[in-house]
Write a protein that binds this ligand. Structure first.
Ligand code: ADP
Ligand code: MG
Length: 591
């Protein structure tokens, strides 16, 4: 044959590619699905630069004959019988037989494949849809597909790709989902030459989850099994024990007919089932497989996204909600409370009422309850003596400036009488600001206040998390933590900073690791990293949930005025709002 042939429908392929292969992870997804469809028991995925420069998916599936190999690159060529009842409909509808030609039309594409019973394999090379070469090659039975320079010929597409680390995160995450969906297939994922994760074929889902997410998470899950003969629905898998929650929904995984999907209906049904069994704002880890008649799934959704819709959302929701609720209530009945009361486990610590709260009085010199933050802030009344270290001189000055608490209002506000006007304080925002700065101050301290744990807390992390923790361990341990590694992916928390409650230690460390991972790629200064740790420590589920006494609120106001940036919470919301006496005068008509 001539060495260069234009594959049919090159333009159509490029258009389809633009629509469906949105980003590198979509290529990985299509290739891995093909490998699974080909009956592979071992799949290896390698990529570089978030998949932009290189992707390889290799399997030991049934492979293709030379003719099949060529045919697979023709548009709408598919060996798969497609009927309404075909499971593949769930995610591949509208894209049947289009994946390979589409990918090949926007990359440097190499297919190597050998079918059982053939002495040689076939290698086919394509560049931007143009067939460059087809010849025999030696290889074991199976298929290797390499995709290089994705979208190089389509700059408009390439522009939409995110940073390497974002694309990498997508590929890694989705590979894990595939591994969970198919526990009996061995997976290995490499970024460049480095193994990101690997897992041998596993007997069951729990082992697979332990392999990928760590034994500790696997142990926190209980089995779900429910079916409804009438509707043909079945839900099975593993779901969080009551009280077990995570700060992100990354580990709340739903699959429909073994395809990982995003479904609001499923997500909400699961969250509803955990209502009251898990702290607000947290997500239960769960790996839930819904089996459903394919025709009950609305496939009229963009295939590149993992979204699905159900014909009858209401009945799916009720079924899933019912199944999990039942699982959880059974678990609660039979639960022995080993570590602690499971429902309590995730709750914030008891309010720490500061015994040193002083009633307002003219003499009350606000003792600085923390190490000096360094230079006196501009917003603070400064002593006329220009010596910033001259604390005693400031004290009387500051107490003059003090706000006097009039009343607590609606549990979240406090009204103060101040020298400049009437002040309304937002208690939570103020509390967040004060705690935030306290944590930041510890950054500057050489030996931040730390509390040793009588019983060190062991934690197991998944490999990526473990790497993130390791690479920041020095910083963390300088800040009042003492976390030691004592085995592959195993750590022990031995001490925590004094600003952290003991019963929150483990959850916080896990959340902190999540955070470090999210910031992972960008090389940031320690200070900035520490700032986001401090933000984490005062926001979300770590914000104060108890109500403060009047004395505590008075103290809070004093502490707030000592802050460097007293006017806003760490996330930029106002901490207080003042209406000046002048404004009151105006309002009452006094010039
Ligand atoms: P579809 O999967 O919808 O059939 P694709 O374009 O993804 O379309 O693949 C086209 C055909 O190529 C498949 O139907 C299958 O016969 C063959 N094929 C693709 N990948 C593999 C693989 N890894 N192993 C064996 N056959 C494959
Ligand atoms: Mg396919």
């Amino acid at each position: 044959m001539s060495s260069i042939r234009i594959l049919s429908d090159r333009v159509a392929n490029q258009i389809a590619a633009g629509e469906v292969i949105e980003r590198p992870v979509a290529v990985v997804k299509e290739l891995v699905e093909n490998s699974i469809d080909a009956g592979a028991s071992r799949i290896e995925i390698e990529f570089r630069n978030g998949g932009k420069s290189y992707i390889r998916v290799e399997d030991n599936g049934r492979g293709m004959s030379p003719d099949e190999a060529l045919l697979s690159l023709e548009r709408h060529a598919t060996s798969k019988i497609r009927e309404a009842a075909d499971l593949n409909e769930v995610s591949s509808f509208g894209f049947r037989g289009e994946a390979l030609p589409s990918i090949a039309s926007v990359s440097r594409f190499t297919l190597r494949t050998r079918a059982e019973g053939w002495e040689h394999g076939t290698v086919i090379k394509i560049n931007g849809g143009k067939l460059l070469e087809k010849k025999e090659c030696g290889m074991p039975v199976g298929t290797v597909i390499e995709v290089a320079q994705l979208f190089n010929s389509v700059p408009a597409r390439r522009k939409f790709l995110k940073t390497d680390s974002t694309e990498t995160a997508h590929i890694t995450y989705n590979s894990r989902l595939f591994a969970v969906a198919h526990p009996n297939v061995a997976f290995r994922v490499l970024e460049g030459g480095r193994t990101v994760f690997q897992s041998p074929a596993c007997e069951n889902l729990r082992d697979r989850i332990a392999e990928i997410w760590g034994r500790r998470l696997a142990d926190d899950l209980i089995p779900v099994e429910a079916s409804d003969p009438q509707s043909g629905l079945r839900l099975h898998g593993l779901t969080a024990k009551p009280g077990v929650g995570r700060s992100t929904r990354r580990e709340l995984v739903t699959l429909v007919n073994r395809r990982p999907v995003d479904s609001r209906t499923l997500g909400f049904a699961v969250l509803d089932a955990y209502h009251g069994r898990i702290q607000k704002g947290r997500y239960p880890p769960a790996f839930l497989f819904l089996e459903i008649e394919p025709r009950e799934v609305d496939v009229n959704v963009h295939p590149a996204k993992r979204e699905v819709r159900f014909r009858n959302e209401g009945s799916i929701r009720r079924f899933v909600l019912g199944a999990i609720t039942e699982t959880l209530s059974k678990a609660s009945e039979t639960a022995s409370p080993p570590r602690s009361n499971p429902v309590k486990r995730e709750e914030p610590p008891a309010p720490k009422v500061n015994p040193a709260i002083r009633p307002t009085s003219k003499e009350a010199s606000p003792q600085v309850s923390r190490p000096s933050p360094g230079p006196v802030s501009a917003s603070m009344p400064t002593a006329t003596t220009a010596a910033p270290e001259a604390k005693p001189a400031e004290a009387p000055n500051r107490s003059e400036k003090q706000w006097r608490l009039i009343s607590l209002l609606r549990k979240q506000y406090a009204l103060f009488d101040g020298p400049g006007g009437l002040i309304m304080l937002h208690i939570r925002h103020a509390d967040q600001r004060v705690r935030f700065e306290r944590i930041l101050d510890s950054y500057q301290t050489s030996a931040p206040a730390s509390q040793g744990l009588l019983i060190p807390i062991p934690i197991e992390l998944e490999p990526l998390a473990s790497e993130a923790l390791q690479s920041h361990l020095e910083l963390i341990n300088r800040q009042g933590f003492r976390i030691e590694e004592f085995g592959r992916n195993f750590f022990r928390i031995e001490a925590i900073p004094s600003w952290l409650g003991q019963d929150q230690a483990e959850t916080f460390v896990r959340d902190m690791v999540d955070l470090l991972r999210q910031r992972g790629g960008s090389r940031q200064k320690d200070e900035l990293i520490w700032e986001s740790v401090a933000k984490l420590a005062v926001g979300g589920s770590y914000r104060r949930s108890d109500s403060l006494s009047e004395a505590a609120v008075q103290k809070l106001a004093e502490d707030l005025l000592l802050c460097e940036t007293p006017h806003t919470s760490p996330s930029g919301k106002p901490t207080f709002s003042e209406i000046s006496w002048g404004e009151w005068e105006r309002r009452f008509g006094n010039p």
